[in-house]
Ligand binder design. Structure first.
Ligand SMILES: *Cc1c(COP(=O)(O)O)cnc(C)c1O
Length: 801
């Protein structure tokens, strides 16, 4: 469609006029972005068709990654770079007086996820395609992604997000491939040829319409598919009230649930889950049958991965199709199902474990519920055989008990592989959280430490650093990220270290401009940029960071001037119903107000809250960071991936021994990271023996009592009793997340980090060693492990361009 700059310009101008109905001088940035986007999507079409044809021809095993979230962010730059047409397009546009960067700003973030779990799914898609692996995503096309956050008077305000307002240039609606999803109604049982046959007579059906997006790998011919389902009214509604039916139907794909961990007991959420699973499995089976025919071979050619328990109904749904529609015997269907499905666990927080009350589940999904009951019955029989008389164990492992369906137990029983997302997390699953299941199925458990795509998070978002690396070691690291390790040989090369410093400075200036534009604050790029960006959650302990800032402020007010200038930057969305998290946002903004407006302090420290943290903003933040705050209560953060993005961009971690921080430490060595605080075992021991008394720390540490008193004693003039609940959580409720327990060691490590920053070359050397060790945390490594050890899929025999 275009092979050089001149051709590109010609096609672009013609297309622009045709699609916008305006002359070039009258066209807006958005018109130009949309024209370019459509051109790029058409550019991938040829390889997309070829990839699909090839997989049909050579009968290669395919993996489908089912996820309730895909936090994609923007796609233009990623697609241009992966397709290798970035330069042609950038220069062609320049000839026309257009900055590619300006057009990128017109692209809305596809924010179909909350945080780490959704972003992981997006990174995996990039790695699958870039490694030529036949792997596709299945998700929901939410009309509104994660809410947009505004800060008003220091409080979070949520606005509906509108990414589809101007259409989505990357998608193709496939109305012909729509499927009908049944809900409600009853199950009819009859006998046919000596066999009991069950039929679900639905109360209503909903049409699931797929929208396909191409996923192009980095400089390969592989183009995989992300299929997102949209809910529409069925052409044959049986509902008595048509308007109500239409409304309820559209709600299924209207909003992403903005809740990170808690599960709201809403029927709508369960509807979303079954909608995703049923539509995806039907379309997987349809394409499988076209190619292979015999469902007995299903597991040889198809792997289905479920990202956390949200898509776990894939297990009973696949059973339903095999038994009810394909007329397979239960045992055979079960073997196929278990060997097809694999499951990733993302958290050990008990409030995040999904459990559905039978009274909601059974009426909505009557046949699926019957199958879940049958699975449970057989599972419990097996337990009885293995643990005769151990009723307590059987009750606690059952899939259905106490009036609830336990989604994690269904996932453990109905899949052949269960993985945690970092070594520590997997050990905690095996030996604590899922101990009984580990005893029953030791062979199912394995670890797959998370990763991030180094193409988005380094190559695309930090082009100067990427350029320096390519100059130093060649561009091979882009395909083989472990080669970033070769950067270590420049550890004593002061010109390299100065280059690194210069690039960091430029990235800090870019972020400083963004801060100025968004908040009006001027920040000093020679200060340490100390950054904590992630969802707001008690266990992530943004509170520890804020309390420490209050302590630094107090030190300054007491006349301590031995303070390395620092800018503390926060970005975090709180779930709208999460009262405590919202209070912490208000506290951060209140501290910011106090510190930034005090001339005695604001030369040394400043506090910035950047609103609406999301992927595109993150891409500007990571390259500009000196310090990465990864300070969760040990044992609570399953892996973290923000920690990896920071490291890859040369920030040094201040962190606890939690999640993947443990593996980051192993890779960079203790001289290149700042570790503090309780270890996971110590936290777990405290939780068992109940010997922690937060009040002791209040009484014994003057710094702590001063800060906590300041929360409520008028130190913040307009706060009133605003922060009483925070003070209460620390003292009255015994500080569940051990903030006070870790305060002293946090303050000490922060001093150590500040001293280290004073040694400029020394700091850059540490930064270099972080970059060099970061290749291991590329999602290419993670995906290779999934492909080899869980999915057993091979790269397509495609030749790189
Ligand atoms: C990487 C990322 C996350 C996950 O961050 P953690 O620090 O691992 O919790 C969340 N949101 C966005 C936008 C991200 O890019």
């Amino acid at each position: 469609m275009f092979s050089d700059k001149e051709e590109f310009k010609e096609v672009f101008l013609t297309r622009l006029e045709m699609t916008s109905g305006k002359s070039f001088p009258d066209s807006t940035k958005r018109d130009q972005y949309q024209t370019l986007g459509h051109m790029v999507r058409e550019y991938v079409s040829m390889n997309w068709i070829n990839t699909n044809e090839r997989s049909r021809m050579i009968k290669q095993k395919q993996v489908y990654y089912l996820s309730i979230e895909f936090l994609l962010g923007r796609l233009l730059r990623n697609n241009l770079l992966n397709l290798g047409i970035h330069k042609v397009v950038e220069e062609g546009l320049q000839d026309l007086g257009i900055e590619l960067g300006d057009l990128e700003e017109s692209e809305p973030d596809a924010g179909l996820g909350n945080g780490g779990l959704g972003r992981l799914a997006a990174c995996f898609l990039d790695s699958l395609a870039s490694l030529d692996l036949p792997g596709h995503g299945c998700g929901i096309r939410y009309k509104h992604g994660l809410f947009e956050q505004k800060i008003v008077d220091g409080y979070q305000v949520e606005l509906p997000e509108q990414w589809l307002r101007h259409g989505n240039v990357w998608e193709i609606r496939k109305a012909d491939s729509a499927v009908e999803i049944p809900f409600w109604g009853r199950v009819e049982c009859s006998e046919e040829e000596g066999r009991l046959v069950f039929r679900h007579l639905p109360g209503e059906t909903v049409t699931a319409v797929p929208y396909d997006m191409p996923v192009a790998g980095y400089q390969t011919e592989t183009v995989n598919t992300l299929r997102l389902w949209s809910a529409e009214p069925s052409p044959f509604p049986q509902h008595k009230n048509i308007m109500q039916y239409k409304r309820e139907t559209e709600l299924i794909s209207e909003f992403l649930y903005p809740d990170d961990t808690h599960d709201e007991g809403k029927i709508l959420r369960l509807k979303q889950q079954y909608f995703l699973v049923s539509a995806s499995i039907r379309s997987i089976i349809e394409s499988f049958k076209k190619q292979h025919g015999n469902m007995k071979d299903f597991n040889q050619f198809i792997s289905i991965h479920i990202n956390d328990t949200h898509p776990v109904l894939a297990i009973p749904e696949l059973m339903r199709i095999l038994v009810d529609e394909e007329k397979m015997a239960w045992e055979e269907a079960w073997d196929i199902t278990v060997s097809t499905i694999s499951y990733t666990n993302h958290t050990t927080l008990s409030e995040a474990l999904e459990k559905w009350p039978i009274r909601l589940f059974q009426p909505l999904l009557p046949r699926i519920f019957m199958i879940a009951e049958e699975i449970n019955k057989r599972f419990c029989l097996k337990l009885e055989e293995k643990y005769p008389g151990d009723w307590e164990r059987i009750r606690s492992m059952a899939i259905i008990s106490d009036g609830e369906v336990k989604m994690a137990h269904l996932a453990l029983a109905g899949s052949h592989s269960v993985n945690g997302v970092a070594a520590l997390h997997t050990e905690i699953l095996k030996h604590r959280e899922m101990k009984q299941f580990y005893e029953l199925y030791p062979e199912k458990f394995n670890n797959k430490t998370n990763g991030i795509t180094h193409r988005r998070w380094l190559l695309n978002s930090n082009p100067r650093l990427a350029g320096l690396i390519s100059e130093a070691i060649g561009p091979g690291w882009i395909k083989e990220p472990q080669r970033l390790g070769e950067m270590a040989k420049f550890a004593e090369d002061s010109s390299m270290l100065l280059e690194l410093e210069l690039i960091k400075e430029e990235n800090k200036q870019r972020l400083a401009r963004r801060v100025k534009q968004q908040t009006g604050l001027s920040i000093d790029t020679s200060s340490i940029f100390d950054i904590q960006v992630k969802r707001l959650h008690a266990y992530k302990r943004q509170l520890l960071n804020v309390l420490h800032i209050m302590h630094m402020y107090n030190r300054i007010k007491e006349g301590d001037s031995h303070i390395q200038p620092r800018t503390f930057i926060f970005g975090a969305k709180a779930s709208p119903g999460y009262y405590y998290a919202k209070k912490i946002i208000k506290l951060i903004n209140t501290v910011a107000e106090k510190v930034n407006n005090d001339p005695a302090a604001n030369k040394l420290i400043k506090v910035v809250f950047l609103e609406n943290y999301r992927v595109s903003l993150a891409e500007e933040i990571f390259p500009a960071a000196d310090i990465s705050e990864q300070i969760s209560t040990a044992s609570k953060e399953a892996s973290g991936t923000g920690n990896m993005k920071f490291m890859m961009n040369g920030a040094l971690t201040v962190g606890t021994l939690d999640g993947a921080n443990v593996e980051i430490l192993e890779r960079v060595g203790e001289e290149n990271i700042f570790i503090f605080g309780l270890a996971a075992e110590e936290v777990l021991r405290y939780q068992q023996n109940g010997e922690y008394r937060s009040m002791d720390y209040y009484h014994l540490d003057k710094r702590i009592s001063t800060i906590i008193n300041q929360l409520t004693n008028g130190f913040f003039p307009y706060a009133g009793d605003e922060f009483e609940s925070i003070a209460d959580s620390l003292l009255m409720h015994n500080d569940q997340y051990f903030v006070l327990r870790d305060f002293d060691s946090y303050a000490a490590i922060q001093k150590q980090a500040a001293n280290a920053y004073g040694d400029r070359l020394g700091w850059q050397r540490k930064s270099l060693m972080n970059i060099a060790a970061s290749g291991h945390f590329s999602s290419d490594r993670t995906i290779r492990e999934y492909a080899e050890e869980i999915w057993h899929i091979q790269p397509a025999a495609s030749h790189s361009k």
